[in-house]
Each structure stands twice: as structure tokens, then as C-alpha cells.
Design a protein around this ligand. Structure first.
Ligand code: ADP
Ligand code: MG
Length: 591
């Protein structure tokens, strides 16, 4: 094919692929335009999850008649005019491509009345052709109506999921915008039914309305500033934590962003007070001189780049750490995760003399006299044959990882093998074993399920419900059986057999969130290992869980039988060997 210029319509449709990947993305652009126009009240009306219709009406500045067509043109914006403007941009929009992109893939109507006009004007656009303005009746402000999104881009339309899923994403967008601007009244309607009605209210009231009473009750206020930087908002005290990263809203200069650096600073600040598999909840606003942050990194503007990332990291970390520390020193109001305060040392050494001085062979009776393997023992290794413990060990090859002696600090298993001392990070090792089990089960076809004796019910979001409705086969492959119980409830009936010890609700939430965010096929393919690793982490023995010697030995035997068990899922070692000769050196024996 010879080289040709793309038509304007095709260019807009290509851009739309990036900017408007789903109805919620179009909604975000329209809401941002309303806020940029100074609106104090914005109404959203959706039909069929936004696929059939997204209508956003505001009472903002409006657009003059002669600018209407321009508003729909690509690279036309009233918000910046120069590179200097871009470098200091304070508005949410500035690329001038949202309306053009949306109009290129929908039946589009723009009605607007500037403050000092007698009446409104309306333009329509269909497949990229814009009509000339016609008079219309409307109050001052702007209304954008987007109908049949993707009607002319069938490939993109195929990626749309059900009404409920798309609606859930639209609600998430609405929540983000709502949290960022409590000074703007917002309503959300779907298929004629009101879902949210938010008056102009205080920030705390807005958080309560959107995130619930529980969050608000646990919230600690934070306001921390140095010249040119300010961090303010609410963080939930660690007692209110989540199994998923859902209640995490971070706004940079009013724009909701996902940023690794920030996420890391926040995780570090919560490190001491939150179990590492739980996630903090927060709504935080970070205000920084626009010249010190680049928002033009991605067409959807959901990423930013800081000019001085180290300084930002330090600032966010310290602001949070201070707030958390102050709340702790106060009325003792802050419950700390239970596992952070339990006795640091739990020794479950053998009752006889088979300690470090015991010989290898003398340990054997310990294996055999273990009388009460706990439920954990069965749970940990359900489905796999229990490791056989032979009483003729002195005649056979000793197991490489030896036999357990004790548990140290609730974290490590100490064992003795022929070379000397073996130290095992029990959580990391168990997690790896679980992960490998899940992987090989899924490779074979699907993960075996275990029906729960008592099904677990949970309050579910619309997105979670939609994911369950739409993904039964994928969930089954992962070992789950779940069903919708009502408009806000789910039941988990079965969980993956290797994970039957995990909290089924936390487990289900994580899996639903992954599928909701990435879709079942990605979760089962390119994101498979991540998903399985998250699942494994739920089931792995927690720190400070007292293990009996048979349990510890069972874990050692499983490690020996498991591929790649030398590293945990995150690449850290799961065990280490301290040779007798090293110990001898430490004690200057034989010198
Ligand atoms: P951008 O927001 O990046 O400028 P858009 O394509 O979203 O680009 O919008 C183009 C222009 O249309 C905006 O710069 C603004 O002047 C005008 N506009 C869009 N929506 C509204 C609105 N709700 N109220 C007033 N003006 C609007
Ligand atoms: Mg815009």
C-alpha cells in the first residue's frame, strides 16, 4: 500500500482508542470539562452502563456559539496556548482531544449557553461530521450527550462488558471526581434511577457519602505542608484496612492518579502498623507547584511524573508517618494489627533433649510420637499425600532439609540436617508451595475446589456482582464457586482446595478485583502468575502461627518435593543453611 494521510475521522478514532477505552473514560473526560468550566452543579444520566447514553449537564461557563464547532475539533482547547501554559497547567484538561475523540465514535450532541447569551446553541456530530449551530432552549451551562458509544468501531465494541460492569466503572469514575470536589453538587442516574445525590458538602461528609460511615469513623485527618508542597485529606487508622487496594484515592493537583512512587511511600509509612497483606484506605490530596510535576505523560492523564521524585517520596512518607505516630500516642485509640504485638519469641522446641546437640538419628522418635497433628497440618497439605515418615531413616538417605527442631520468633523454622542448621522462612516457603500447587493444578485443567461447610456471604459492590455474573467459567477454573445473593450480596460456596484455610471473603475479593480490572482472559493468561501468587499468599501460614514439629516437618518435606521452592514468590530465599563448620568457627571450636 502506498503511503497515505489518514483521514481526520480515522485519526480521531485512533485517538479515541487511547482516551476512551470504555464508557467510564468518556464520563471522566466530560466531568473534567464541567469542572474546568467552573460548574457548581453537575448531573450525570447514564443508560445501559453508559453504552447507550452518557449525558453530562453542568451550570458552568458555557461555550459561545462560534466556538461550538471548534470544541469538537481535534487539538482545539481553551485551556492552554503555549508550552509555558502546559508547564503550569492547572486545569484538568489541556490536550483538546476528548470531545473530538468521543464525537468520532458516537452520536454526539453538544448544547451550551454562555452566561450572557439569550438562549443556548446546539451542534450535533455523527461519525465526525458536525452540523452548524442551531438555537436551543437551555439554562446557562453545557450539556453533552453521547449516544451509542462505539457504534461505528465494532472492534472496540466487542471489548465492552455487561451493563453492570461498565456501570461499575462509571460509578468508580464518579466517586473519584466526587471525592475531589465536595464543593460541587453531583448527581448520578442510571436507567432513570437515582444512584447518588451529592449536595455541596464538607469533605468529610462527601467521604462518608461515597465511602461509607465505617471509613469516616476510622479516618484520621492529615494536613502537612512545606513551601510548595501540601498533603491533606483523610487516612483510615490501620484498624480499618482492606484486603484490596480499593479505598485508595490519591489526587495530584486535583487529578486522581495511580503512581508507584506514591504507593510505595504510603506502603512504607504504614509498614509498622499494618500487616503486609492488608491495604490502607485513604483519600489524599497532594498539591505541588504545577511546574514540578508533568501531567502530560499519558492521554488519559492518570499518570504523572515528578521532577524530584525523591523529595516527593520523603515528603509523603513523613507526612503519613507523623499522622500515624500522633494518633498512636494519643488516646491509644489506634488498634494495631494483632500480629504486630504478639510475643516476639515463640519456641516450640522438642520436649526431649533433641535440641541442637541431639544427633540426627535421635530425632526420629520425635516424628513418630507426635500425637496430635493439628487441623492446620491437614489443611496445609490437604489433597497431597501426607509426607511419609519412616522409622528406618538411619538406613535411608536423610532428607536434604533435615528435621525440625523448633520455631523461632513465630517466623522461622529451625531444622537440623547433615550439614548443620537449616533456617526456613515458613511463610515464604509455604506460600511458594501453595503457588506451585495452584500453578500445576491450573496447567492440568482447573484447580480442584473445596465446598465450604458454611458458605461465606459478603457485601459486594456492583462491580464484584457483575464479575461473578459474567465469569462463572473462569472462576470455576480458579477453583471458586460464587453466586449473586441479592442486589448487594454475594455468596462464596467453594474455594480452591489448596486454599481452604484462607479467609474466603478476602480471597474472593482479591480475585474479583483482578478479574474486574483486567478481565478474565488476561487474568488466566498474562496475569495468571500474579493472580495465583496473590491467592497463595492468602493461604500461607501467617507469622506467629505456632506450628507443631510434625507440621514443620511436613512443610520441609513439601519444600523438598516442590519445584523452585528455594525462592519465595517474590524472589527472596525461603531457607538458608548454616553449616556446622560455620557454627564451630563462631565458637572457635577446634582452633
Ligand atoms: P480539553 O478539555 O483538553 O481542552 P476537550 O476536547 O475536552 O479538550 O474540550 C475542548 C474544549 O471545549 C475545551 O477546551 C473547552 O473550551 C470546551 N468545553 C468542553 N466541555 C465544556 C463544558 N462542559 N463547559 C464549557 N466548555 C467546555
Ligand atoms: Mg477535556
Amino acid at each position: 500500500m502506498s503511503i497515505q494521510r489518514l483521514s481526520d475521522l480515522l485519526i480521531d478514532q485512533i485517538a479515541a482508542g487511547e482516551v476512551v477505552d470504555r464508557p467510564a473514560a468518556a464520563l471522566k473526560e466530560l466531568l473534567e470539562n464541567s469542572l474546568d468550566a467552573g460548574a457548581s452543579s453537575v448531573q450525570v444520566e447514564l443508560q445501559s452502563g453508559g453504552v447507550k447514553q452518557i449525558k453530562v449537564s453542568d451550570d458552568g461557563a458555557g461555550i459561545a456559539r462560534d466556538d461550538l464547532a471548534l470544541a469538537l475539533a481535534r487539538h482545539a482547547t481553551s485551556k492552554i496556548a503555549s508550552l509555558e501554559d502546559l508547564e503550569r497547567v492547572a486545569s484538568l484538561g489541556f490536550r483538546g482531544e476528548a470531545l473530538a475523540s468521543i464525537a468520532a465514535i458516537s452520536h454526539f450532541t453538544l448544547t451550551s449557553r454562555a452566561a450572557d447569551d439569550q438562549h443556548a446553541w446546539r451542534v450535533e456530530s455523527d461519525g465526525g461530521r458536525t452540523s452548524s449551530p442551531e438555537p436551543a432552549a437551555a439554562t446557562p451551562g453545557t450539556a453533552v450527550e453521547v449516544r451509542e458509544l462505539y457504534y461505528n468501531t465494532p472492534a472496540r465494541r466487542k471489548f465492552l462488558r455487561t451493563e453492570n460492569t461498565e456501570l461499575a466503572h462509571c460509578e468508580e469514575t464518579f466517586t473519584r471526581i466526587g471525592l475531589s470536589r465536595p464543593d460541587v453538587a453531583l448527581t448520578l442516574q442510571h436507567n432513570g434511577r437515582a444512584l447518588q445525590r451529592l449536595p455541596i458538602q464538607s469533605f468529610t461528609q462527601r467521604c462518608t457519602a461515597l465511602l461509607g460511615e465505617e471509613f469516616a469513623a476510622a479516618a484520621l485527618a492529615l494536613d502537612h505542608g512545606t513551601p510548595g508542597l501540601r498533603l491533606h485529606g483523610l487516612i483510615a487508622s490501620p484498624s480499618f484496612n482492606r484486603s484490596a487496594r480499593d479505598y485508595q484515592y490519591f489526587f495530584v493537583n486535583g487529578r486522581c492518579v495511580r503512581d508507584r512512587l506514591i504507593a510505595h511511600a504510603i506502603r512504607e509509612a504504614f509498614h509498622d502498623v499494618l500487616h503486609h497483606e492488608r491495604h490502607p484506605a485513604f483519600v489524599l490530596f497532594f498539591d505541588i507547584d504545577p511546574a514540578r510535576v508533568d501531567v502530560n505523560v499519558h492521554p488519559t492523564k492518570s499518570e504523572v511524573r515528578f521532577r524530584d521524585p525523591q523529595a516527593v517520596h520523603r515528603f509523603v512518607f513523613h507526612a503519613l508517618q507523623n499522622t500515624l505516630a500522633q494518633s498512636r500516642a494519643g488516646a491509644g485509640a489506634m488498634p494495631v494489627a494483632a500480629d504486630a504485638v504478639t510475643t516476639p519469641v515463640a519456641m516450640f522446641a522438642a520436649s526431649d533433649s533433641a535440641g541442637f546437640a541431639g544427633t540426627y538419628a535421635r530425632q526420629q522418635p520425635m516424628q513418630l510420637t507426635a500425637r496430635h497433628p493439628t487441623a492446620l497440618y491437614e489443611i496445609m497439605f490437604a489433597g497431597s499425600a501426607a509426607p511419609t515418615i519412616r522409622d528406618d531413616v538411619p538406613d535411608t538417605a536423610p532428607p536434604p532439609l533435615g528435621f525440625a527442631l523448633a520455631q523461632l520468633s513465630g517466623v522461622y523454622i529451625l531444622a537440623q540436617n547433615q550439614a548443620g542448621l537449616v533456617i526456613v522462612d515458613m511463610h515464604a516457603a509455604h506460600e511458594r508451595i501453595m503457588y506451585e500447587k495452584l500453578k500445576s493444578a491450573l496447567d492440568r485443567s482447573e484447580i480442584p475446589t473445596q465446598t465450604l461447610l458454611i458458605p461465606a456471604t459478603l457485601r459486594a459492590s456492583r462491580l464484584e456482582l457483575a464479575v461473578v455474573e459474567e465469569n462463572a467459567p473462569a472462576l470455576q477454573r480458579l477453583g471458586f464457586e460464587m453466586a449473586v445473593l441479592g442486589p448487594e450480596a454475594l455468596v462464596v460456596r467453594s474455594v480452591p482446595a489448596p486454599l481452604q484455610d484462607a479467609d474466603p471473603i478476602d480471597l474472593a475479593r482479591d480475585v474479583l478485583r483482578e478479574i474486574g480490572e483486567f478481565g478474565a482472559s488476561r487474568v488466566l493468561q498474562e496475569r495468571r502468575d500474579e493472580m495465583l501468587s496473590t491467592m497463595a499468599c492468602h493461604a500461607a501460614v501467617r507469622a506467629n502461627r505456632a506450628l507443631t514439629l510434625p507440621e514443620m516437618n511436613a512443610l520441609l518435606r513439601e519444600m523438598e518435593a516442590t519445584d523452585r521452592s528455594g525462592q519465595c514468590n517474590h524472589g527472596r530465599p525461603t531457607w538458608t543453611q548454616v553449616a556446622l563448620s560455620e557454627l564451630d568457627r563462631m565458637f572457635q571450636r577446634g582452633q
